[in-house]
Unconditional design. Sequence first.
Length: 171
Amino acid sequence: MRMILVLCSSVLAVAPSLGAQSTPGAPPRCDAPEYRQFDFWVGEWRVTMGGQEVGSNSVTLEEAGCLVHEHWTGAQGGTGQSLNFYDRSDGRWHQVWISSSGGALSLSGAYHDGRLEYTGERHVSPGGPVQRQRLTFFKNADGTVRQLWETSADGVTWQTTFDGLYTRKAS
């Protein structure tokens, strides 16, 4: 019983630092300008690369504006989802991507000058070398969005993995 009381006391002591409540009785909200920085990607999209259709994307704003949720469908049948969120505790954006083939990627980054740039690392194979990832979303003046995904073995030389143009589907 003492162990349970100690555990409960520890959880209650940590809860405020996890953002459990910003003011007594009022839960935190995601209405600060930082949370709206990636809203330019929300919508229904036709995605092309080099003029060829490569897929479609449905990007929704969920969890009371706290989450940008991507639902990707590739032209070859693959699918994937990403969860994108601004974390007030570190002042950064985060993305977790999972594909239907089991691929996973965890990135973090920042918004500046009309673009959101994520970076991260992943192993090419279990125990294999680390590959750096850079994923940049550009908010274009014409309402389209460019997504540039690059990889690097050394962090100096970057190779383009994906360079897609998102055009809004007609409503």
